[in-house]
Design a protein around this ligand. Structure first.
Ligand code: ATP
Ligand code: SF4
Ligand code: MG
Length: 321
C-alpha cells in the first residue's frame, strides 16, 4: 500500500473555444488546472465534485484519450507523455476504464464473447480454445453464466451489462481500473451488488481503482483516499474516513451537509450548497469557490489559496487553514 503506481503532477487540460474561418482559439475552457495527486498500489482513490468540475477530463487525459495541455503522469514508472509506442502499448494493457453507461460502451451488434475477447485479440496471441476459456473465466469472475457468450448486450439488464463491461476491462489483468460513475445508470439493487463485486475483484486481483462518483456515500464505502475537485482544481485530499470525520474545506463541508442522514431533521438542513458552478471559461480569480463560499474574505477574491497540510496525509486549499 505504499509505492505510488500513479503519480500525477501539475496536470492541466484547457479546451480551446474557436471562432472564425481559421478556427482560432478565442477563449479556453479550464477543465483541469494544475492537478497533483498519487495513487498507491492496491489503493482506491475516490474523486468527487459537482458536474463539470473536470473528473472525466482528468481521467481521459490519464488514459491518453485526450492530449494534456501541460503536466506529467508517471504510471508504473513509465512517463505517459514521453514514452515509446511499445511502452504505451504495455501501459494501455494495465490501465483500463469502465464507463458510466454500459449501454453505450458495449457494441449492440456484437455477441458477448466478441465484446469480452476484443482486448485479448488486440493485445495477446491466444489460440481460439485459449480465448474461449479466458472469456468463460472472466464471465465467471463477474458472476455471469457461461451461456451469456452467444447473447447480445440488449438481452441483459443494466447491472448485467455493467458486469460485462467489467469483464472486458479485466481481460488483460490490468493494474489500475478507472471507474467513471460505474453505478449511476443502473437500478439501486444492482448498484450495491456491483460495488460488492468490485470490492471482491479488487482483493482477489490485487487491483488499484480510481472511482469517480457524484454519490459521496458510494465513494466513502469504496475508497481509501478521497480527492475533492471544484472547477478543475483539487480543493481537498485525504484518507476517506478523515475527510468524512473532519472535512476542512468549506466546499467539502457543503457537499457532506447535502447528504441526508438519520440526524437530519429538516430539508433546510441539507441544502447548504447554494448557487451554481461558475463558468470554467472565466473562473473566479483568487479562490475559485469564492462566489459560493459563506466564509469568503477579501483575500479570497484576490489570492489563490495554497495547499495546507492538516496532518495524516490530509490537505486542503483554503485561506482559513
Ligand atoms: N471536448 C471538450 N471541449 C470543450 N469543453 C469540454 C470538453 N469536454 C469537457 N469540456 C468542459 O470541461 C469541463 C469539465 O468537464 P468534465 O466532463 O470533465 O466534467 P465532469 O466532472 O466529468 O462532469 P460530470 O460529473 O457531469 O460527468 C466542463 O466545463 C465541460 O463543459
Ligand atoms: S479560500 Fe476563502 S472563498 Fe475559498 S473556500 Fe476558503 S474561505 Fe472560502
Ligand atoms: Mg464525467
Amino acid at each position: 500500500m505504499s509505492e505510488a503506481l500513479l503519480q500525477v503532477s501539475a496536470l492541466t487540460k484547457h479546451f480551446p473555444i474557436t471562432s472564425g474561418f481559421f478556427s482560432r482559439p478565442v477563449a479556453w475552457v479550464k477543465a483541469v488546472d494544475q492537478v497533483n495527486f498519487k495513487v498507491s498500489q492496491g489503493e482506491t482513490l475516490g474523486i468527487v465534485g459537482e458536474s463539470g468540475c473536470g473528473k472525466t477530463t482528468l481521467v481521459n487525459v490519464l488514459l491518453n484519450l485526450i492530449e494534456p495541455t501541460a503536466g506529467q503522469v508517471i504510471f508504473d514508472n513509465i512517463d505517459l507523455f514521453s514514452c515509446s509506442k511499445e511502452e504505451l502499448r504495455t501501459l494501455r494493457q494495465h490501465l483500463q476504464i469502465v464507463f458510466q453507461d454500459p449501454f453505450w460502451s458495449l457494441n449492440p451488434r456484437w455477441l458477448i464473447k466478441d465484446i469480452i475477447a476484443e482486448p485479448l485479440n488486440v493485445h495477446l496471441k491466444l489460440t481460439p480454445l485459449e480465448r474461449v476459456k479466458r472469456v468463460e473465466e472472466l464471465l465467471d469472475m463477474v458472476g455471469l453464466p457461461n451461456d451469456a457468450v452467444f447473447k447480445s448486450p440488449h438481452e441483459f439488464s443494466g447491472g448485467q451489462r455493467q458486469r460485462i463491461a467489467i469483464a472486458r476491462a479485466l481481460a488483460l489483468n490490468p493494474k489500475l481500473l478507472v471507474l467513471d460513475e460505474p453505478t449511476s445508470s443502473i437500478d439501486i439493487f444492482s448498484q450495491a451488488r456491483i460495488l460488492e463485486l468490485l470490492k471482491d475483484l479488487k482483493k482477489s486481483m490485487n487491483l488499484t481503482y480510481i472511482l469517480i462518483s457524484h454519490d459521496l456515500s458510494v465513494v466513502h464505502h469504496m475508497s481509501d483516499k478521497i480527492m475533492v475537485m471544484y472547477l478543475g482544481e483539487v480543493v481537498e485530499y485525504g484518507p476517506a474516513n478523515d475527510i468524512f470525520n473532519r472535512p476542512t474545506h468549506p466546499y467539502t463541508k457543503a457537499l457532506l451537509n447535502a447528504i441526508p442522514d438519520i440526524t437530519t431533521e429538516s430539508l433546510e438542513e441539507i441544502s447548504e450548497l447554494k448557487g451554481s458552478v461558475p463558468s470554467a471559461v472565466n473562473p473566479p480569480t483568487g479562490c475559485r469557490f469564492n462566489t459560493r463560499c459563506t466564509k469568503a474574505m477579501d483575500v479570497c477574491m484576490e489570492k489563490k489559496p495554497g495547499i495546507s497540510d492538516i496532518g495524516y496525509e490530509h490537505t486542503a486549499n483554503c485561506h482559513l487553514i
